[in-house]
Write a protein of this length. Sequence first.
Lengths: 438, 581
Amino acid sequence: MNKAYQKIYTKLEGITKATVSLRAKGVSNDELAVVGGRLAQVVRIKGELITLQVFSGTEGIPTNAEVTFLGEPPTLKVSDQLSGRFFDAYGHPIDGGPEIEGEERQIGGPSVNPYKRRQPSQLIPTGIAGIDLNNTLVSGQKIPFFADPDQPYNQVMADVAIRADVDKIILGGMGLTNDDYLFFRHRFEQAGALDKIICFINTTENPPVERLLVPDMALTAAEYFAVDKNEKVLVLLTDMTLYADALSIVSNRMDQIPSKDSMPGSLYSDLAKIYEKAVQLPTEGSITIIAVTTLNDGDITHAIPDNTGYITEGQLFLRADSDTGKVIIDPFRSLSRLKQLVQGKKTREDHSQVMNASVRLYADAQNAKTKLENGFDLSDYDHRCLAYAKDYARELLAIDVNISITEMLDTAWKLFAKYFSPAETGIKQALIDKYWKS
Amino acid sequence: MKTKGIVRGIVSNLVTVEVDGPVSENEICYITTSEGVELMAEVIKVNGNLASVQVFESTRGLKGGNSVEFEGRMLEVTLGPGLLSSTYDGLQNDLTTMTGVFLKRGEYTDPLNREKLWDFTPIAKPGDSVIAADWLGEVKEGWLPHKIMVPFSFNGTYTVESVKEAGQYNVDTVIAVLRNEDGEKVDVTMTQKWPVKVAIKGYKEKPRPNKIMETGVRVIDTLNPIAEGGTGFIPGPFGCGKTVLQHAIAKQGDADVIVMAACGERANEVVEIFTEFPELIDPHTGRHLMERTTIICNTSNMPVAAREASVYTAMTICEYYRAMGLKCLLLADSTSRWAQALREMSNRMEELPGADAFPVDLSAIISNFYARAGMVVLNNGETGAVTFIGTVSPAGGNLKEPVTESTKKAARCFYALEQNRADQKRYPAVGPLESYSKYLDYPEIRQYLDETIEPGWVDKVLTAKNIIRRGKEASEQINILGDDGVPMSYHVNFWKSELVDFVILQQDAFDAIDALCPLERQRFMLDLVLEICARDYDFEDFEKCREFFKTLINELRQMNYSAYESEQFKAYNDSVKKMIA
């Protein structure tokens, strides 16, 4: 970015909390600038009046602040040196290590030609039965956790990342508390997985607008490993709700008319641009995205989870289960849209039937519970369902489960035999004959 | 001389250009970046000598002062043999011939294969008097007769001077020479261009649709049929099976040509089409599905302005095939994304917003678009049709939002996908009571159904709907008063409606047999179900009632899973008949 001659501007015409404007010539759209020592990006050009979004906020910036234009949009240097490193939202190391040497790439680059994609078909095992058994993940998939802020989504995500059989794990942390950042760092270290981790972190201590860079940084690194190195890459983005909040701050400061829930009208496209980076390439390379969207009191009709749901391939709900006192993956509201691409194909033949039967019986237990609450008498079947539901939640749905998919299926068969007759499960006779545990 | 301009302002993909000459609304221009890449854009507003243009690509790196050249034409598509089984982006670039894994900015590819030779047979003779859209000759595109027409843009009457004899030619060969009223000769090749935002006319009249388009989906064909040349839309929250239903219609719809516009949706869903369709067989012709399908693909991460263009590109291709006397089906998933693209632009132009920040003319834009569908009588008396079904993705699943409401005014069929039906895995989750087809009120359609299915068919359909309505009322009473608190007739009514629900409404899109239910079979099943429901039943207690109907439902569902009129099918039928005897 070193230019022999860089014009320095010193007269700002307008300042808002997130943007500054000034008159300048020859400025290109999306290019970076430095305003009073802070990084900023061109977001609007109107004649010679340039509006810059200042990532770290404009507090204390004077109207005579020095402004220089860098001539390029935000970039990331990519190479194998990225592995095992921690960076801030700008891609600068925060782990005390040296700067990365490598090819400089613009972040937020073009999308993959849809015709060049392949249908996702590789299973990503996590050991968590609520995911593997009921909502199997597939490489190239994009799926968020929908969770209330008090739920342990970051822990679950860390577990998933460490157990998933992938070549690289890239964490994009947006508005992460310092405690959570340290948790991830510690967890990755403990698991001995540091060499395949790359983190881009914006904590709550950093300015919110900086977050807007994090997903693109993480995904540019992901594309390097998936496209150039044919690796299986898992990208974790937490928390996308805070990312969307930052979008609304900037759009608000630019006087844009908000749409639903005071979010910018372009929210769908903005989120899709990120999530659609998930891809299965014709080579072995793939990018899988697991994100977190925190909800406000479970409200999924809010613009952020709503738009997310239309973009992602399913969603995973966490719920505190009062029967067992554990956090479980809600089998009713969770959905993996790609699960049928691997269930019974990459897993045992009985997978989808066992999954459906176990969820159906769990639903019967919920009905029995409602009956109980309304003061009706319970039948023998109701009692058996309730007992089954407790075991099912503890041994399979709970997030602390860590077993192979075959063990999950065997556990389910064991529970079926313990509480039900083969006919009550409604499973195909051929499978009953083969797997029923008498 | 072309009008030139200079970039003066940039906000995201909205660029303001100072122009030195005349420009027109919707005119196409190319902006040259500092690196020499040409980006296509469209004029959407003019104010004095400033034109606002929406750029169909990322505007990253564009500078104030970059030069612009106006083309003097609107956004056009290229029409000609080879459109079928192609995969285009929203601007009709062939995605399959692009190089590299990533889409390159400014890379525009030819929509048609210019080298390929087509078997041409002449239709018109020298001396014939022709007007725009008249057929001059024909080539075989797959198994479809692809008519080579007098270009739609030709005004007035022409006389055919000469037509090429039968033989193999590429699309750029002059296949006919015409003479206009002034005696000037004009060449006609196999291709022509047409602006996407203008409807292709060139037909004699546009009568009301008078027959239905079979989809093999019971909840559509039986309950709320869509007419050939009709319009319908499918709103539903995410996870309710919109895409599965649309794909089912695409696979089974009785049409000669299917155009699927993936408009701002997931790329992996388009990949599913690429992967599955080449393997699938069209149930009506036994040919590969891909042979009759064109995919227009602007997925959610592709440039927003091209998303708006994509639905128009798709519609224009349908209209082109309609002018050949073919039945076309256009499926757009989802029109909400298109409306959002309009919203983003309107927002950047700082227009005063309407409801939910959508542009105020949203309703008019949607109506105009739906109006391009329809059945037409061509100049030669043949008929062609464009049937249009769009999906809508209402924010928060709430149908009281501008896109759903505007579409409701424009479309004649409404297939509401319901969250609670999806939660109960009652697929397709089309709500039986809220959904409607206005075509059931058309005397011409009633007559058609009387003649092709059986006399009095519409009344039977209404009877079935009424059974569902009565069952819903009964179930509400049962929920309030308890199983023991209501007379037995309430239980019977409830279970009759469950019978209609499980046997007629629900259908397994993933079962080889149940997925496709031909009209004849739909007639048989509805007659059977109504016969069962017409009877009076009495039971000792509600448990017995439930048991009886549950068994009956199971037998009937097994029928749905058995090949029509097979031994198995007949056996289940006999057993049902015995149960109700």
